[in-house]
Every structure is written in C-alpha cells, then in structure tokens.
Design a protein around this ligand. Structure first.
Ligand code: MF3
Ligand code: CO
Length: 255
C-alpha cells in the first residue's frame, strides 16, 4: 500500500478527531494527580472520548486492553493501566491516546509532570516537546521523512538524550497505523518525499540515558534498558503547501 493523500472531506473528519483528542488531553492534564491509579486515568480518558460519540482507537487494537496508554518514568510507551499502579508526587506520566471520529483516527501523546518531579526530568519533557516542533519545521512538501527524523535526533542528542530506535511515528488516517514510518532518528533510508494531503503522527520518544529499551512480560510496556526516565510527545499533523498543520489541537488549548 502506498502512502495515501487525504481528500478535503477526509481532512475535515481528521480535524474533528484531532480537536476531540486535544480536548481529551486537556481534560486529562487538569484531572490527573498523584494518588490516582492509572486505571482511573484510563476510565476518565475513555469517558471523555465516548462523550463525543467517538471510539478510543487503542481499545482492543492488536489486543491492547485499554483506551489510554499510561507510561510512568522509565516506561517509554504502551503502559497498561491498572488499579495497583498509583501515580507518585515526583512522577512523569506519559499519556498516549487515539480517537476515531466517523472512521478517521487522530493520535497524540503528552507527558505530564507531577509537582515534585526533578529539574532533570522536567528538562527531558521540555526537550522532547521541543524536538517535535524542530521536526515538523521540516515537514514541508518536497522534503523527505528523514529531514523530520534528523531534526528531532540532532536536537535531542545535543542534550545527551537517547532517541528510541525500536518504535517510530507513522501515517494515520482511516487506520491508526498507515505508511510511511516516521522514525525519530536517521537510518539508511531517506524515506518518501512529503506531499500536501499526507497525514502523519510525529512522536519523539526520548530517554534521559540510553536509547535501548526492552519489553516487559505483559508484551506491551516498553521500558528503558537503564531504567532512566523517558518522555513522549506526539501530534497528528497534515502536510500542507505551507508546511505542517497540527490536527490534534483545538482553539485555546495548550499543545
Ligand atoms: N499511540 C501508539 C502509536 O503512536 C499506538 C498505541 S498502540 C496501542 O503508535 F495498542 F496501545 F493502541
Ligand atoms: Co502514534
């Protein structure tokens, strides 16, 4: 399957999916507090998504058992919510969520900083978010996927952080994961050239230490090899003639 170019009407549906997802993240940012279980976080997120008549993209995706991925500290992504896991005062909490609106997906992640988190992890969260914006500056027609990847990698590695290799961003649309892959590092492949109408999820996963990760026994939770913290930041974007337009956003809402 080639990379799809979305029509005007498909883009409208993705914009609405993105708007609802942005509101979901905003609400979670307000509500998630130390003392809460990751199960509660998932239930709050699911309820908001369903209140818009939407379906959580992740629920039952390849057997994933929840609506929101909640990944704390050294967990990189795909943490499974449970009643036992309680958010602590000094945690960073990565929340990844997806929304299906009329058959179209939006995918976005935010890393929340709890009140007592260290200066070091706050900086990691900031650099991870900034690297996304460095990346999408290169998301202009005629550039290649690798131009986005390079910008993210160069920015984050300058801080000594590790760029996760084992997971990548992706095309998004009528499916959660479409072509092309969007790595956050430069490999041997330059990747396709970007064209207006492409929709991709750009999602740096950045570690304070090594880029190496492993999978826990639940076969989902990805953890840093050295158990140092990791941050995640993601938006669904549209390639336009003038560059990237973020779709997972809404007026008056913090990105
Ligand atoms: N948000 C993830 C991604 O960006 C997908 C989560 S996988 C799931 O690719 F199984 F949890 F849904
Ligand atoms: Co994604």
């Amino acid at each position: 399957m080639a990379v799809s170019i979305k029509s005007k009407s498909e883009i409208e549906l993705m914009r609405e999916a993105g708007r609802i997802l942005a509101i979901t993240h905003e609400e979670l940012r307000k509500q998630v507090k130390p003392g809460m279980s990751t199960y509660e976080v998932d239930k709050i997120g699911e309820e908001i998504i369903r209140s818009f008549g939407c379906i959580p993209s992740f629920l039952n995706y390849n057997g994933y058992p929840a609506s929101i991925c909640v990944s704390i500290n050294d967990e990189v992504v795909h943490g499974i919510p449970t009643k036992k896991r309680i958010i602590q005062d000094d945690d960073i909490v990565s929340l990844d969520a997806g929304v299906i609106y009329k058959g179209y997906h939006s995918d976005a992640a935010r890393t929340l900083i709890m009140p007592e988190a260290s200066e070091e992890v706050r900086q990691l969260v900031k650099v991870t978010k900034e690297s996304f914006f460095k990346g999408i500056e290169k998301a202009v027609p005629g550039n290649r996927i690798s131009d986005i990847s390079r910008a993210i990698q160069e920015y984050t590695e300058a801080f000594g952080d590790g760029v996760v290799r084992d997971l990548v961003g992706h095309g998004v649309g009528s499916k959660l994961h479409e072509e092309p892959e969007v790595p956050n590092f430069v490999g041997h492949r330059k990747g396709i050239r970007l064209c207006p109408g492409m929709t991709i999820a750009v999602e740096p996963m950045i570690n304070l230490g090594t880029y190496e990760v492993y999978w826990e026994d639940d076969d989902w939770t990805v953890v840093t090899e050295d158990n140092l913290p990791s941050a995640h930041y993601e938006n669904t974007i549209l390639i336009t003639e003038n560059g990237a337009e973020i779709l997972s956003t809404a007026p008056g809402i913090e990105l």
